[in-house]
Design a protein around this ligand. Structure first.
Ligand SMILES: Cc1ncc(C[n+]2csc(CCOP(=O)(O)OP(=O)(O)O)c2C)c(N)n1
Ligand SMILES: [Mg+2]
Length: 281
C-alpha cells in the first residue's frame, strides 16, 4: 500500500466517523464508542481488501462481511454509504420509525449487509456457516467477521471457534476489536478474557496481533490471513473505543449514548479538522 492510499483510507475513515456520530446524534440513540473503534478495520476491508461490487451487492462470488458486534451499525452503514451501496442521505433514516436503517444490521432491507446481527455471539456462527457453504460450493470467496472483546465473553463464540477449526475454514478471518471496554466497564473487570491469543491458538486458529488503527498493518494482516491454509485466522486488533472524538475515547460511558448538540459540534470540529489536516498532507 503506498502513501497515497494510506491517506485516502484515513480521509475516508474520518468522513465515516463523522457520518456515524451524526447519525447517532440525529436520532439521539445508538452506539458511538464501538463504532469509532472498529471504523479503520471496516475502511480497510471495504476500500482495500474485500472483493465486493456495490452495483451487484448479491454477487454470489463476493467476499462476505458479518458485523457480529451488531450494535455498531453507525460504522457499518456509514462505510457502506461511502462505498456506494446507497446514498449518504439514507443515513438520515438511521433508527427512524420512518425508514429502513435499523439500529442493528438488517440484511433484508439495507443493501450490502450480508447478515442480520445484534444478539452478540450469533454473527460469528453465521460467518462459520457462510464459510462452510463457500467450501461446499467450491467458491473462492472469503468471509470476514468483526467481534467485540466484550462479545467474545459469549459462550457461543467459542462453539463457533471450535467448529471453524474442525472444518478447517481457511476462508474465514475474524477480527476482534480489542478496545478493552464493553457496555459498562472494562472487559478485564466484567469478565476477563485474556490471554486471547493463547485461547484462539488453543482452539487451533492462526492468530495475528495488529494495531487496529494502522491501515497498512491491517491490510498486511488480511493478506497474511489469505495465505494461511487449513485453519481460520483471527486478527486481534488493538483499538481505542471512541477513536477520533477526544471526549469519547476510552470512556465506557460512550458505549451506547448519543452526544447532545454541543458535544456534536465539538465532535464535528475535531473530525473536520482531522480531515483538513489529512488533505493538506
Ligand atoms: C446476547 C447479547 N447480550 C447482551 C447484549 C447487550 N449489549 C450490547 S453491546 C454490549 C457490550 C459489547 O461489548 P463489546 O463486544 O466489547 O463491544 P464494543 O466495545 O466493540 O462496542 C452488550 C452487553 C446484546 N446485544 N446481545
Ligand atoms: Mg469492547
Amino acid at each position: 500500500m503506498d502513501r497515497k492510499e494510506v491517506k485516502t483510507l484515513a480521509i475516508t475513515a474520518a468522513k465515516a466517523r463523522l457520518l456515524a456520530v451524526e447519525a447517532v446524534h440525529r436520532c439521539a440513540s445508538g452506539h458511538p464508542g464501538g463504532s469509532l473503534s472498529v471504523l479503520d478495520v471496516l475502511t480497510v476491508l471495504y476500500f482495500h481488501t474485500m472483493r465486493v461490487d456495490p452495483q451487484n451487492p448479491a454477487d454470489p462470488d463476493r467476499d462476505r462481511f458479518v458485523l457480529s458486534k451488531g450494535h455498531c451499525t453507525p460504522a457499518l452503514y456509514a462505510t457502506l454509504a461511502l462505498r456506494g451501496y446507497y446514498a449518504v442521505e439514507e443515513l438520515e433514516l438511521f433508527r427512524s420509525i420512518k425508514g429502513h436503517m435499523s439500529g442493528h444490521p438488517d440484511m433484508v432491507n439495507v443493501k450490502g449487509v450480508d447478515m442480520s446481527t445484534g444478539s452478540l455471539g450469533q454473527g460469528i456462527s453465521a460467518a462459520v456457516g457462510m464459510a462452510i457453504a463457500g467450501k461446499l460450493d467450491g467458491k473462492d470467496y472469503r468471509v470476514y467477521a468483526a467481534l467485540g472483546d466484550g462479545e467474545i465473553e459469549e459462550g457461543q463464540v467459542w462453539e463457533a471457534a471450535m467448529a471453524a477449526a474442525k472444518y478447517k475454514l481457511d476462508n474465514l478471518c475474524a477480527v476482534v476489536d480489542v478496545n478493552g471496554l464493553q457496555i459498562d466497564g472494562k472487559t478485564a473487570d466484567v469478565m476477563p478474557s485474556e490471554p486471547l491469543d493463547a485461547k484462539f491458538a488453543a482452539f487451533n486458529w492462526n492468530v495475528i496481533h495488529v494495531d487496529g488503527h494502522d491501515y497498512e498493518a491491517l491490510a498486511a494482516a488480511f493478506d497474511v490471513a489469505k495465505t494461511v491454509k487449513g485453519k481460520p485466522t483471527v486478527i486481534l486488533a488493538k483499538t481505542t473505543k471512541g477513536k477520533g472524538v477526544s471526549f469519547m475515547e476510552n470512556d465506557a460511558g460512550w458505549h451506547g449514548k448519543a452526544p447532545n448538540d454541543e458535544q456534536m459540534e465539538q465532535a464535528r470540529a475535531e473530525l473536520t479538522a482531522r480531515m483538513k489536516e489529512l488533505e493538506a498532507m
